[in-house]
Design a protein around this ligand. Structure first.
Ligand code: AMP
Ligand code: GLY
Length: 424
């Protein structure tokens, strides 16, 4: 079978790496991909947002299954377009993707189905937002309704910060139409975990637990990023809590979406805060997490392709996913400046040395080729991943391999997983 993966980051590299191992695969394509993915798949120079072109490409080539990485094409209706042409695709329709694309929809949905989440109010203007913030007290969280590439969440600790946040959301409209409505919600305390499950619209196949590290700085300081590291398992979720989350959050969501004529096929990802009162949903995503997918793919047993194919057909049937006992970790190597404007175009060395180490894989995110030389091409550049008997082993391997890789502006957090290991 010919498979097309859409996207071009570390998540898509890890998905291609896993799918490439499938005996059912004949040819693998990735649009637009990156230089690392080029070693595994034929790259297709079409942007992930150009879904009409992608659908034409898939139809023309006889692609048997398409797997979508990023959220933007999903929320724009890529799956709807593929389905109109009878092309099999694993991902949610635009209506189902609203779970990620509209925070107001997601919060009101959780309220309707009694899914545990932070208390909230919806504000349409500055006055309503101020009133709601006063109601919750500081610290308080303000979220632009629409997609904002992970930057639309502002945690506000005092009046001066509230003023700046309201100006950014309502006056300067930094998030464009994404902030026409704003969710104001109670600030939750605890550790974050990511729970992902595959859905065929009715049934769920839960993946192993994972945790990502969103802040740029060590000790979880500084601004949020797309993620600076991840590991699986998370170890912060007991098996009892895990089952509770699957029932009360994940199954309740798939059931509710079906009830509302928004049947959810694809990856359901809940970002949760483990609070003293139990798990609370911070957000839903409608796709594989990045960088959580990298360690998850390294731990996954068996063949992913028939599972995604069955899901895309709307019935998992007997398809199952399993995970090895071993842990897996991912360290994100970025360039100075990220999450702001990062230095680009610097030559990268040492990847081959790093990859030769046992149990290590290096996935590409923002890399590029300049006259045949591999150079940095984005903020997050490489994902150095490793497995190990336990989390400490996996992290040690990932860090030892990371030390082999060089470019002038490379930066990475040295404390991924540290607190979790110390707490264990
Ligand atoms: P979201 O895009 O909604 O996941 O928010 C991004 C990040 O903001 C989350 O991963 C949390 O670190 C933080 N966050 C979001 N909502 C809350 C909340 N209610 N309380 C505390 N932190 C939050
Ligand atoms: N790791 C966070 C995300 O994929 O949104």
């Amino acid at each position: 079978m010919k498979v097309l993966v859409i996207g071009g980051g570390g998540r898509e590299h890890a998905l291609c790496w896993k799918l490439k191992q499938s005996p059912l695969l004949s040819e693998l394509y990735c649009a637009p991909g990156n230089p690392g993915i080029a070693e595994l798949a034929d790259l297709v120079p079409i942007r992930s947002e150009d879904f009409t072109e992608l659908a034409e490409f898939a139809a023309g080539l006889g692609i048997g299954l398409t797997v979508v990485g990023p959220e933007v094409p999903l929320s724009m209706g890529l799956v709807d377009e593929f389905q109109r042409r009878d092309l099999l695709v694993f991902g949610p329709t635009a209506r189902a993707a609203e779970l990620e694309a509209s925070k107001v929809f997601a919060k009101q949905f959780m309220q309707r189905y009694d899914i545990p989440t932070a208390d909230f109010e919806v504000a349409h203007n500055e006055r309503e937002a101020r009133k709601a913030a006063k109601h919750f007290g500081f610290p308080v969280v303000l979220k632009a309704d629409g997609l904002a590439a992970g930057k639309g969440v502002l945690i506000v600790s005092d009046r001066a910060e509230l003023k700046a946040a309201l100006a950014a959301l309502f006056d300067q409209r930094q998030f464009g139409s994404a902030s026409e409505r704003v969710v104001v919600e109670e600030c939750l305390q605890g550790e974050e975990v990511s729970i992902l499950a595959l859905s065929d619209g009715t049934h769920l196949l839960p993946l192993a637990t994972s945790k990502d590290y969103k802040r740029i700085g060590e000790g979880d300081s500084g601004p949020n990023t797309g993620g600076m590291g991840a590991h699986s398992p998370s170890t912060l979720v007991t098996s009892e809590q895990g089952s509770q989350i699957i029932e009360r959050v994940m199954r309740a969501t798939v059931h509710g979406m079906a009830e509302e004529n928004r049947t959810f096929v694809g990856v359901l990802y809940a970002g949760l805060m483990m609070t003293a009162d139990g798990p609370r949903v911070l957000e839903f995503n409608v796709r594989f997490g990045d960088p959580e997918t990298q360690p998850l793919m390294m731990r996954m047993e068996g063949d992913l392709l028939p599972v995604l194919l069955a899901g895309a057909r709307g019935d998992f049937g007997s398809a199952r996913v399993g995970f090895r006992q071993e842990a897996a970790a991912c360290v994100v190597l970025a360039s100075e400046g990220y999450p702001g404007e990062a230095v680009k175009g610097e030559p990268i060395t040492g990847i081959e040395v790093a990859r030769r180490q046992p149990e290590v894989e290096v996935f590409h995110a923002g890399t590029a080729l300049a006259d045949g030389t591999l150079v940095t091409g984005g903020g997050r550049v490489l994902n150095v991943c490793a497995t190990g008997g336990g989390l400490a082993d996996a992290l040690r391997r990932a860090y030892t391999a990371s030390a082999e890789i060089h470019w002038p502006s490379v930066v990475y957090r040295k404390d991924i997983g540290r607190r979790v290991i110390e707490a264990d």
